[in-house]
Design a protein around this ligand. Sequence first.
Ligand code: FES
Length: 67
Amino acid sequence: MSRMVLHERNMPYVVKVGDQELHLCACGLSENKPYCDGSHMKTVDESGKIYLYDHDGNRVELGSFYK
Ligand code: FES
């Protein structure tokens, strides 16, 4: 079964644990989940549209979210 998951955030969540600062992936593209690996940089130019990313990080625009 396949499932499409919508991720609207294009930056990680920053969580402090003791002295450590963790960057948790919120864009859904990290290859090192739950941690951010910088892949969210591919999403910085997204705006008001729906995109599909394949496993190689290639992006396809599916259309406008708010029609
Ligand atoms: S937030 Fe997903 S890779 Fe950075």
